[in-house]
Unconditional design. Structure first.
Length: 71
């Protein structure tokens, strides 16, 4: 990739460009990673809420069926 930006005849030096913008790139990718982690956490919370609702319904049906069988 640096071959595309490294042309000594035209004055392009890839190492200078990378050094100059490396902090910007690192901050951008760290922020992107942070937002992806937040999004995954939100999806996990939603799936856990759905699982707990389904579990409650299942347990209610199970206990109501057990109570009906006793009578």
């Amino acid at each position: 990739m640096t071959g595309l930006f490294h042309d000594p005849e035209k004055g392009f030096d890839a190492s200078k460009i990378l050094k100059k913008n490396s902090k910007k790139f690192i901050n951008y990718f760290l922020r992107l990673d942070y937002f992806m982690i937040q999004r995954r956490g939100l999806m996990l919370v939603k799936s856990l809420k759905l699982f707990s609702k389904v579990l409650r319904i299942f347990l209610c049906l199970k206990f109501s069926q057990a109570n009906l069988e006793k009578f």
